[in-house]
Design a protein around this ligand. Structure first.
Ligand SMILES: [Zn+2]
Length: 194
């Protein structure tokens, strides 16, 4: 019975250590007031300064998890020292994993789901759309699930899978939260090229 209790406490600690550092991405931009400039999820997102600003915000929230993770790591340390060791190890494992996961992008491996380069790529598409090289006379670039296309002439403008964009998700509060925790903000489908 004690083994089972400890296992459950370990699992509970790991769950908390996994969710808490992701709070900024999970919560901070989901309110109705934060999304008045955007169509509801999962509709295609029109390109523009609001979208670029959103990407840069999400990028900040993503890196903010490295600050927030101090909370579960500290509680974990206290718990190992003075409280329940299994619970504390759970917190430590999930928190430590997050730190490794965030820092690996400096050595190689997958880039974060939101980057400055992504905002620049979208800006390039916008610039091209308002130049002579535009796809049609009235270009309206929108970001679908796997690519940026013109919603006027349907030309493909950029092959780039869309990550979560911080909108309130329409798959329900619980399912949306689960999906985000599993995907960590990355697109669930990759663009064909990759
Ligand atoms: Zn067009």
């Amino acid at each position: 019975m004690l083994v089972l209790d400890n296992f459950l406490l370990f699992f509970f600690g790991a769950l908390i250590g996994h969710v808490v550092p992701r709070f900024p991405v999970l919560l901070m931009s989901r309110g109705r007031g934060f999304n008045v400039h955007f169509p509801p999820h999962p509709e295609a997102m029109p390109l523009g300064p609001h979208l670029n600003q959103r990407i840069l915000h999400l990028r900040t929230f993503y890196w903010l998890s490295l600050v927030v993770v101090v909370v579960p790591l500290t509680v974990g340390l206290a718990s190992v020292r003075w409280g329940n060791a299994a619970f504390g190890f759970g917190l430590w494992l999930a928190g430590g994993w997050l730190v490794i996961n965030r820092l690996q992008s400096f050595i190689g491996g997958p880039k974060p789901p939101w980057t400055m380069g992504m905002a620049e790529q979208l800006q390039t598409v916008m610039n091209r759309s308002s130049s002579d090289a535009a796809c049609c006379a009235w270009p309206v670039p929108v970001w679908g699930i796997t690519e940026v296309r013109c919603s006027n002439c349907d030309a493909r403008l950029l092959r780039l899978a869309r990550p979560d964009l911080g909108r309130r998700r329409t798959d329900g509060r619980i399912m949306g939260l689960l999906r985000l925790l599993i995907s960590d903000g990355y697109p669930l489908v990759s663009s064909e090229e990759e």
